[in-house]
Each structure stands twice: as C-alpha cells, then as structure tokens.
Design a protein around this ligand. Structure first.
Ligand SMILES: [Zn+2]
Length: 96
C-alpha cells in the first residue's frame, strides 16, 4: 500500500526489509521505533502509513545532478537554493 502510494506520487524510495536487513533493523532500534512501515524522509520519521503527513514532508521535487545524473530531492518554493550532490559533491544552484 505504501509502495503504491509513493509510486503514484512519483516519489523515489528505497525499500528495506527489516526481517532481512540487519542494518535497517538497527537503524530503527536506534530511533526506538518498533512499528512498520516506517518512512524515513531526511531527518523526519513517519511511523505507519500516514498519507497526509507523508505528502506534507514530501513537498519536494526531484532534480538531477548535471554531472553524474544523481537524482536529488529539493524543497519547493524556497527561492534559489544551493544543493550539493550527495554522490559527486557537485554544487548546483536551483530555483525552487
Ligand atoms: Zn553529482
């Protein structure tokens, strides 16, 4: 259900199965979260499938790095902002 929702909104995501992925399980434990699904959006955590909350946090759009084509999420309506590519450290100025 969560996956479908994210796809419908063209939201790029990484799915991790805490039953198989020890690292993901540790990450949740560290944050004291036991419920699934859990959505990590930047530093924000949404436990459970809360559409309204997710959309609010995902008020972002995807841009692509000019150098390495890495996709990144940038906030909308924040004017001109500087973004550093997480992959190649290329700096872009984006009008949001
Ligand atoms: Zn890049």
């Amino acid at each position: 259900m969560g996956k479908e929702f994210l796809s419908q909104h063209n939201i790029y995501f990484i799915e991790r199965d805490i039953n198989k992925d020890t690292e993901a399980r540790m990450e949740l434990q560290k944050r004291g979260i036991s419920g699934v699904p859990t959505f990590l959006i930047g530093d924000e955590v949404v436990v459970g499938f809360d559409r309204a909350k997710l959309l609010q946090l995902i008020d972002h759009r995807l841009i692509q790095c000019e150098q390495c084509s890495q996709k990144m999420r940038v906030p909308v309506n924040k004017g001109r902002i500087k973004v550093t590519c997480p992959k190649c450290a290329h700096e872009l100025t984006v009008t949001t």
